[in-house]
Design a protein around this ligand. Sequence first.
Ligand code: PEP
Length: 247
Amino acid sequence: MARQFFVGGNFKMNGTIGGIKDIVKHLSEAKVDPNTEVVISPPSLYLLLTRENLRSGIEVAAQNVFDKPNGAFTGEISVSQLKDSGITWTILGHSERRTILQEKDDFVASKTKVALEGGISVILCIGESLEQREVGKTNEVVLSQLAAVAKEVKDWSKIVIAYEPIWAIGTGKVATTEQAQEVHAAIREWLGKELGQDVADKTRIIYGGSVSEKNCRDLAKEKDIDGFLVGGASLKPAFVDIINAKQ
Ligand code: PEP
């Protein structure tokens, strides 16, 4: 079953008006693999600017969204506000939000449910810490993060799962192809057992953690790696090479 290769760019809290315009121009003019689905995620302040300047065919994601429709929630943005601005995706559950902002599994699940119900597709991030990996708890951690979402969400067709080991994010320490494939395979097996073979076959599971133009091609050869979520390298021209990793 062929799953479309997916590459997301997470700018995190980086960029300026000028810098983001440059990235968007570069990406809009670049020769990107037409078989790859590409989504970029600037800080919320620059979502509209990005959407307005980016060529069609490349989508834009928020880095977060709140689980209430509107009201007195200072600092948050809603699903309907994203839709109103032409934004079709959101990242949820990024480890920086789970660890620094203490977001719990059930909150991530609630936001995922609300985003999907409002027509926003979700890049759902899961991943273990170094300590958890070292005590052999990788699968237990990532599968329980997934199970929390599965309690709330039945339709997985608008979810891309991003497996992002925390120890590999922004560290330059990429998971080996074997380490990544092993967890992706465990996730796919869990999807099959818990949600059915169709969900397992169709759901994209992408890898994130120090992906670069140097390591992307080997990772992309693994059978259960359906693309990447890219942080640091998404701000650089080499992001295009990562998008084209399957060519
Ligand atoms: C990320 O923030 O999702 C990420 C994977 O970052 P980096 O590529 O910089 O490790």
